[in-house]
Ligand binder design. Structure first.
Ligand SMILES: NC(=O)c1ccc[n+]([C@@H]2O[C@H](COP(=O)([O-])OP(=O)(O)OC[C@H]3O[C@@H](n4cnc5c(N)ncnc54)[C@H](OP(=O)(O)O)[C@@H]3O)[C@@H](O)[C@H]2O)c1
Length: 348
C-alpha cells in the first residue's frame, strides 16, 4: 500500500456538482485511503452567497451538505461562518489549499471568473480541477503552461461528457494518434429535452425536468441555443488539436425553433432530431458546427436518448472509436472530478 497523505481540499462553487463530489468523496473515503494512500479534509468552501470561508483544521462534510459549518474537531459553529477571507488568494492561503475544485457556472463570453480562480490556485501551489468549460475555451494554453511551470496539475475531465474519460483517453491511452475529426451529441440537457418532447412534454416542462436533475446550465439559453455544445466543441479542439476556436466561428443552431409536433413526427418516422456536434481538421484550421438535424436509424446517434451522450473520433490509426455514456447523472460529473483528483495527487 502507498504512503498515506492528507490533502486539503477547497471548493469554489458549491452547487449541484460540488455537493455531489463531497458525497462521492465521502462514499469512497475508505477506498481512497486503502487503495490510493489518499486522505482528505475540506478546508475551504466559497460561493457568491457565503463568501470565502476557510478553516485549515477542516470542516465536517455532513455539516457542509446541510449548509452548517462544523469544524472537524467537532466544534459546532451553526450558521456562523468560520474564518472569512477577502479574496481568493487570502482564502487559498487560509485554507492551506492543496487542491481546488472549481465548479462555478459557465460564462461563455470570457470564461471569468473561473479562469482567474484557476490561475490563482495554480500560482498558490495547488492543483486545479474544474468542471467549468470556459476555463479551457478561453485560457487552456495559458493555464496548462502555468501548471507545468508550477509542477501542478490543471485537469478538467468533467467539462466534456461528465465523467467519461475523453481527455485522459487521449493523454494516457492514445499516444501518437492523429485525430482527424469528431462527431457526437455533447449536450445532455438538449438531448433530454428532445427525448421528453418526443414523449409528449412541452419544451418548458422538459427544461424543468432537466433542472430537477441538476444537469441544466444556470442560463437555459446556454443549453437550448446550442452554446454549451459549441463550448464543448471548442474545448475539445483546444486540448486535442491545440487549436483554439472562437465560439462565433462555430456554425450553430439550437433546439427551440422546431415545433414539438415536427420533433414527434420525426421520431415516429425513425429519423429523430439530434443536436449534432461535428469538427474536422483542415490543415491548421478546424471546421466545426452544432446543428439540429435528423439522423438515420442506422446512425449510432439515433439511439442516444435522454441525458446520454456520445462521440465518435476518427483517427489515422483508429478509423473510428466511439465513446458512449448512457444515462449519466450529477454523480457522473462528480466522478470525473474525483478521477482527476486521484490523478493529480498520485502523479505529483
Ligand atoms: N450539472 C452538471 O451536470 C454539469 C456537468 C458537467 C459540467 N458542469 C459544469 O459544472 C459547473 C457547476 O455546475 P453546477 O450544476 O454545480 O452549478 P450550480 O448548481 O449552479 O452551482 C454553481 C455554484 O457556483 C457558485 N458561484 C456562482 N458564481 C460564483 C462566483 N462568481 N464566485 C463564487 N462562486 C460562484 C454558486 O454560488 P451561489 O449559489 O452562492 O451563487 C454555486 O454554489 C458549471 O460550470 C457547469 O457547466 C455541470
Amino acid at each position: 500500500m502507498s504512503r498515506i497523505r492528507t490533502h486539503n481540499l477547497c471548493f469554489l462553487g458549491f452547487g449541484n456538482v460540488g455537493r455531489a463530489l463531497v458525497r462521492l468523496l465521502e462514499s469512497k473515503k475508505r477506498e481512497l485511503r486503502e487503495c490510493y494512500g489518499i486522505r482528505w479534509r475540506i478546508t475551504g468552501v466559497a460561493t457568491r452567497r457565503i463568501g470565502w470561508t476557510a478553516d485549515a483544521r477542516g470542516l465536517r462534510p455532513d455539516g457542509l451538505l446541510k449548509d452548517v459549518f462544523i469544524s472537524s474537531e467537532g466544534q459546532q459553529r451553526g450558521k456562523r461562518l468560520p474564518g472569512k477571507s477577502r479574496n481568493i488568494r487570502e482564502w487559498l492561503r487560509a485554507a492551506r489549499a492543496d487542491v481546488l475544485f472549481e465548479t462555478t457556472p459557465l460564462n461563455r463570453h470570457d470564461g471569468q471568473p473561473a479562469v482567474a480562480h484557476i490561475r490563482a490556485a495554480l500560482e498558490s501551489g495547488a492543483h486545479a480541477i474544474t468542471a467549468n468549460k470556459g476555463t479551457i475555451v478561453f485560457a487552456y494554453e495559458e493555464l496548462a503552461r502555468l501548471a507545468r511551470r508550477k509542477g501542478k496539475r490543471f485537469l478538467f475531465e468533467s467539462t466534456v461528457m461528465d465523467g467519461a474519460p475523453i481527455f485522459s483517453l487521449f493523454r494516457e491511452s492514445l499516444p501518437a494518434t492523429e485525430l482527424r475529426a469528431f462527431r457526437g451529441i455533447l449536450n445532455s440537457t438538449s438531448n433530454l429535452v428532445l427525448s421528453q418532447i418526443e414523449a409528449g412534454l412541452s419544451l418548458e416542462e422538459a427544461v424543468i425536468k432537466a433542472q430537477e436533475l441538476g444537469i441544466a446550465e444556470a442560463e437555459p439559453s446556454d443549453d437550448l441555443d446550442g452554446w454549451d455544445a459549441a463550448v464543448k466543441v471548442a474545448a475539445l479542439s483546444a486540448v486535442l488539436w491545440g487549436i483554439p476556436l472562437k465560439l462565433d466561428k462555430i456554425s450553430r443552431s439550437g433546439i427551440r425553433a422546431l415545433d414539438p409536433a415536427v420533433i414527434r413526427a420525426a421520431r415516429a418516422d425513425g429519423r429523430p432530431y439530434k443536436l449534432v456536434c461535428s469538427a474536422r481538421r483542415v490543415g491548421k484550421r478546424v471546421k466545426a458546427s452544432v446543428k439540429l438535424q435528423q439522423v438515420d436509424p442506422s446512425d449510432p446517434l439515433a439511439a442516444v436518448d435522454g441525458t446520454s451522450s456520445c462521440v465518435e473520433f476518427r483517427m489515422d490509426a483508429l478509423p473510428s472509436l466511439t465513446v458512449t455514456e448512457r444515462d449519466p447523472g450529477i454523480e457522473t460529473t462528480a466522478y470525473g472530478m474525483l478521477a482527476d483528483f486521484i490523478r493529480a495527487v498520485r502523479e505529483s
